[in-house]
Design a protein around this ligand. Structure first.
Ligand code: NAP
Length: 360
């Protein structure tokens, strides 16, 4: 597939961002600025922001707010207020569940970052390079629920980083048990997020609901797809999650036991060779290298590696023997780009390139 030009006959496809004012919503707006296929047409948020200009209600976090969004009217999140057929959801999970369903029922394709629907059997949980086959359950989702639209989710940000590093190893050597400990950036907590006096010079060894999310989502991300159904991997997963004073970039330290024990060199060879599913090659947001292996003894590091591949590349290193399990390794990736908005945009590009979403 070489989808270098818009699949919509030269015309950009209008899209909306729901929860456009938050940390992930703002990342969507940056990534959609000058996107070759999609055009940001609408922005929606809560009652707090609705009825005002985007530039008035949004405390912009990074760089300069694009001029194209500054004067857009923010509408309240409701399918009746949004005409775009594709909507990116960056809403708080306390409201995302029912609102996303209402959009799918109204015929919209919802690309969701929220946790609410991720584990439902007929909802794809997709990292395009890892498990694009899950998109095939969209047909049964629409049939089961009587929807003409659909919900497609991307995973928890730390789970995304871990799954990208482990996908090539799991494919070849099959993971049996996985222990992981995260060091997660403050931007993962949204904006304004964690109070500065709680996080400066500190580590918080608790992120609400994060460990169960990681443990269950890893099994779906690295699961299979057979007879029209997603199957969960039977690997056992144990996680510790920590918030650290880093701006962007989640680091995940892992110890892994496999069904077939690889040598350190065999694991490095597999990680180095991996390019992810061919379905993603050439998509506008797909990095040339979804995974980069480094042999530097002190990498990956968020400060130095987080923007690799425009924030879409995960860096993996420190692959070595493990005295308890088989191998140890460290992965790091951008949480609001690869782990959230960038992952959603790539999902939408894949849906467009494969004709699942089409112009009206
Ligand atoms: P955030 O900065 O707190 O932003 C939350 C957004 O939700 C804001 O735009 C807010 O709008 C909107 N919202 C709140 N209540 C609403 C309501 N009643 N109706 C409509 N919109 C409402 O959070 P975030 O970090 O961007 O995260 C957004 C979602 O992505 C969450 O579900 C989160 O778990 C998920 N996620 C985040 C990351 C990350 O790295 N940050 C990674 C993966 C997934 P107002 O400004 O109008 O209140």
């Amino acid at each position: 597939m070489t989808p270098s030009r818009t699949p919509f006959g030269g015309k950009k496809w209008p899209v909306a961002v729901l929860g456009a004012t938050g940390a992930v919503g703002q990342t969507f707006i940056r990534l959609l600025e000058n996107h070759p296929w999609f055009e940001l047409a609408e922005v929606a948020a809560s009652e707090r922001s609705a009825g005002k200009k985007y530039g008035e209600v949004t405390r912009w976090i990074e760089g300069r707010m694009p001029d194209s969004v500054r004067d857009k009217n923010v509408v309240i999140v409701d399918p009746a207020n949004v005409t775009s057929p594709v909507v990116f959801s960056a809403m708080d999970s306390s409201v995302a569940g029912t609102l996303e369903e209402a959009f799918a029922k109204a015929g919209k394709f919802v690309l969701s970052n929220a946790k609410n629907h991720r584990m439902e059997p007929d909802v794809p949980l997709v990292i395009p390079e890892v498990n694009p086959g899950q998109l095939a359950v969209i047909a049964s989702q629409q049939r089961n629920r009587g929807w003409t639209g659909a919900i497609v989710t991307n995973a928890n940000c730390a789970a995304t980083v871990a799954a990208m590093a482990l996908a090539p190893l799991h494919e070849k050597f099959r993971i049996k048990r996985l222990f992981l400990a995260t060091m997660q950036a403050v931007s993962g907590a949204g904006y304004p997020g964690v109070a500065s006096l709680d996080i400066l010079g500190n580590v918080i060894p608790y992120i609400a609901d994060e460990e169960p999310k990681l443990e269950r989502e890893m099994c779906k991300l690295l699961g299979g797809f057979a007879n029209g159904e997603i199957t969960l991997s039977e690997m056992q997963v144990s996680s510790h999650t920590n918030r650290v004073p880093v701006e962007h970039g989640h680091t995940v330290c892992m110890s892994v036991e496999f069904h077939e024990r690889p040598s350190v060199q065999a694991a490095i060879d597999v990680l180095t060779a991996w390019r992810g599913s061919e379905d993603t090659h050439g998509l506008p947001s797909a990095p040339a290298m979804p995974l980069v292996y480094t042999d530097a003894p002190d990498r990956p590091q968020p400060r130095r590696d987080v923007n690799l591949g425009n924030g879409m590349t995960v860096t993996v290193g420190r692959v070595r023997e493990d005295p308890l399990f088989h191998l140890r390794l460290v992965a790091m990736g951008h949480n609001t780009i690869r782990g959230a908005a960038g992952g959603s945009v790539l999902n939408a590009e894949l849906l467009a390139a494969t004709g699942v979403i089409r112009p009206a």
